[in-house]
Write a protein that binds this ligand. Structure first.
Ligand SMILES: [Zn+2]
Length: 561
C-alpha cells in the first residue's frame, strides 16, 4: 500500500509539471492564430525553423514574450530576421522573434548607439539575465516587415538548449485545431539505371493534381517517385509544411521521411532530398524517394533499396504514397504499377565522361583548366562531361576559353575550386575574375584571384565559366537634386550599381561623420537622424563605393534639412 501511494504522489507531480508548462506559455500576438508558414517547410537551402504568424497586413501590433525569461540577444540586419529579439527562458529554450518594425524604446537607443560606435548597420548585442528580464506577456517589440520578409508577419521559432529549433506547436505549446489534410500538387516518376556503376536518372512521367488511378502504370525495372505536396489549414491561404512523407510498395515501406527536430546545419541537404532539377526549372521542391548515398538527412529517413521502386517481375504491384501534416492528418494516393518492356531507359555509356565519386575528392585537369570537387560535395557519383570552346575575345571581355563543366542540374554541397588559365596583360591581372554564363544566357560574376597564369575561385555549382576583366568603377547618383530641401524626410536615397564584379563596400558620410544606411533594391537608403545631425541647415553628403576588383567612385552633394 505504501509503495502504491508513493507512486501515485509521483504521478500527480509529473502531471503537475506538464500542466504547469502549458500555462507558462502564451501566444505572441493578441490576434487569432493563423499561419502563413509552418515548421519544416522546404525553403531551398534550409527547413523553415519556426512559424510565421499572419498579422492582417498590419505593421506595429505589440509582440508579447511567450514565456518568462530574459532578452539574451538583439540582432539588427538588412537581411535575415531584420530586427530580431532572442528571449532565453528559464528552462534553457530560446524564442526568436523576427522581422520586427521596432524594439522597445530602450533597446532602440542601445542599438542606434552601437551602430554609430561600430559604423555598421548590422549589429548584434548580447545580454545576461539581469539586464532585460521579461515576464510572460511583456511587450518586447512591434510586428514588422524588416530583413528578408515580403509582407508584415511575425516569425517565431523556439530553439532547445543546444540551439536546435523544434516544432513547438506540435510539442504542445499551443492547441491549434487542424483537421485539413495536406494536398498533393504533383507526382513525377524518374528512371534509375546504374549499369556503368554510376547512377543515371531521367524523367519518365508525371501527374498534376494527382489522385489514385485504377489503370496500371508501366515503369522500368528501377525507378523512384517525386512528391510535391503542401499542407493546408482552415482560414489561411498559406502553403504549409508536410511533416511526414512515406512511400510503400506492396505494403512495405521503401521511403519514410519525417522532418522531426532538424538542426540548421542539415538544411542544405534539402538539395539532395528533393529532385534538384525540378526545383531549378519550376521552383517546385519535390521530395524524391531515392536516397542518395551522400544525403546526411538519412538519420531522418527510413528506406529500403535506397528508396528505389524495384520491379523484379512483370506482375502488377501496389504503390502507395502518404503525406501527413504535424497533426497527423493524412492524404494518400494508390497506384498500380508493373514493369513494362516499352519503358526502356535511355542508352547509357561513358562517352568519354570521367567518373567522379561522391565519397572521394575529385580533380578534373585539362591544359588550361582544373576543377576540384571535395569529398562528400556530390550526393552521388557522377560521370563528368567537360567541353572547351575557344572563346578568347577581348573585344567582348572574354580572356580565356569558355568551359562547360558538368550538368548544372546536379547539385553540389560544398564549393569546388576552379582555376582557368587566361591571357591577360600583367597590368590588368588584378582586375581579372571568373564569370559564369547561366543557362538562361545571363552572366554573373564569380570573382576569384589571379594565381599561376589564371584566375582561381570557389564555385558552388557546375556550369559554364570563363575569365573576364573589370576596370569599370561602380555608378553612383543621388535621387535628389543638388542643394535640394528635404526638410520633411527621414530617409534619402542614392542609387548604386556595378557593371560586373559587384560592390565590395560603400560608405556614406554627412558633414564628415559616418551616416547610418543600408542597401535595398539597388539603392542606398540613408537615415537622417536628428540626434546625429543638426536640423535646419545645409549639409554635405559624400558617398564612396568600391567594387570587388578595387575600382572605386565617389559622389558628393549639398542638401538642406
Ligand atoms: Zn518565418
Amino acid at each position: 500500500m505504501k509503495i502504491k501511494r508513493i507512486y501515485s504522489i509521483l504521478f500527480v507531480q509529473v502531471i503537475a509539471l506538464f500542466g504547469l508548462s502549458a500555462q507558462e506559455v502564451r501566444l505572441p500576438l493578441d490576434l487569432p492564430v493563423s499561419f502563413s508558414g509552418t515548421y519544416g517547410e522546404l525553403r531551398g537551402n534550409h527547413f523553415h525553423a519556426g512559424y510565421d504568424f499572419r498579422v492582417g497586413g498590419r505593421i506595429g501590433d505589440p509582440i508579447h514574450s511567450i514565456k518568462d525569461g530574459y532578452i539574451s540577444r538583439i540582432s539588427m540586419s538588412p537581411s535575415g530576421y531584420g530586427k530580431g529579439v532572442y528571449v532565453t527562458h528559464l528552462d534553457g529554450t530560446c524564442a526568436v522573434y523576427g522581422h520586427l518594425s521596432a524594439f522597445t524604446d530602450e533597446i532602440e537607443k542601445l542599438v542606434r548607439k552601437k551602430q554609430y560606435e561600430d559604423e555598421s548597420f548590422s549589429v548584434n548585442l548580447y545580454f545576461n539575465q539581469s539586464t532585460f528580464p521579461v515576464k510572460k506577456g511583456d511587450v518586447i517589440g512591434k510586428v514588422g516587415n524588416t530583413g528578408s520578409s515580403v509582407a508584415p508577419h511575425l516569425h517565431l521559432e523556439v530553439r532547445d538548449e543546444n540551439g536546435t529549433p523544434f516544432d513547438f506547436v506540435n510539442e504542445g505549446y499551443y492547441d491549434i485545431k487542424d483537421n485539413v489534410p495536406p494536398i498533393f500538387q504533383r507526382i513525377k516518376f524518374y528512371s534509375y539505371v546504374d549499369t556503368t556503376g554510376v547512377p543515371e536518372t531521367s524523367f519518365l512521367l508525371g501527374f498534376d493534381a494527382p489522385t489514385s488511378l485504377s489503370r496500371v502504370i508501366e515503369l522500368p525495372e528501377k525507378s523512384y517517385i517525386c512528391i510535391d505536396a503542401v499542407d493546408k489549414q482552415a482560414g489561411t491561404p498559406g502553403r504549409l509544411a508536410v511533416e511526414h512523407y512515406r512511400v510503400l510498395l506492396d505494403g512495405e515501406t521503401i521511403f519514410d521521411f519525417k522532418v522531426g527536430e532538424m538542426p540548421s546545419y542539415k538544411g542544405l541537404y534539402i538539395k539532395s532530398l528533393i529532385e534538384y532539377g525540378e526545383s531549378y526549372y519550376s521552383g517546385m521542391d519535390m521530395v524524391k524517394s531515392y536516397v542518395e548515398p551522400g544525403n546526411a538527412l538519412r538519420s531522418h529517413i527510413e528506406s529500403k533499396n535506397s528508396g528505389l521502386i524495384i520491379l523484379e517481375d512483370t506482375l502488377v504491384h501496389k504503390l502507395r504514397v502518404e503525406v501527413r501534416d504535424g497533426q497527423n492528418n493524412l492524404s494518400a494516393i494508390n497506384y498500380r504499377v508493373k514493369r513494362g518492356n516499352k519503358v526502356q531507359p535511355k542508352g547509357v555509356s561513358n562517352d568519354g565522361r570521367v567518373p567522379m565519386f561522391w565519397n572521394l575528392p575529385n580533380v578534373y585537369r585539362a591544359d588550361s583548366l582544373s576543377f576540384a570537387i571535395p569529398a562528400a560535395s556530390l550526393y552521388r557519383s557522377i560521370l563528368l562531361n567537360v567541353e572547351e570552346r575557344r572563346g578568347f575575345d577581348p573585344n567582348n571581355n572574354i580572356y580565356s576559353s569558355i568551359w562547360s563543366i558538368g550538368d548544372y542540374l546536379m547539385p553540389m554541397h560544398k564549393a569546388a575550386t576552379i582555376h582557368i588559365k587566361a591571357d591577360v596583360p600583367d597590368s590588368l591581372q588584378s582586375k581579372a575574375l571568373i564569370m559564369k554564363l547561366n543557362s538562361n544566357g545571363v552572366e554573373s560574376a564569380v570573382g576569384g584571384k589571379w594565381v599561376n597564369g589564371g584566375v582561381q575561385a570557389s564555385v558552388s555549382s557546375f556550369g559554364t565559366y570563363y575569365v573576364a576583366i573589370d576596370t569599370i568603377a561602380p555608378q553612383l547618383s543621388f535621387s535628389f537634386k543638388e542643394s535640394a530641401k528635404v526638410t520633411s524626410r527621414s530617409v534619402i536615397y542614392a542609387r548604386m550599381r556595378d557593371n560586373l564584379s559587384g560592390i565590395r563596400s560603400y560608405r556614406v558620410e554627412i558633414d564628415g561623420k559616418w551616416a547610418l544606411s543600408y542597401t535595398r533594391r539597388g539603392r542606398i537608403e540613408i537615415v537622417l537622424d536628428p540626434n546625429r545631425f543638426k536640423r535646419g541647415k545645409n549639409h554635405k553628403i559624400v558617398v564612396t563605393a568600391e567594387d570587388s576588383r578595387g575600382n572605386s567612385s565617389r559622389i558628393e552633394s549639398d542638401f538642406y534639412w
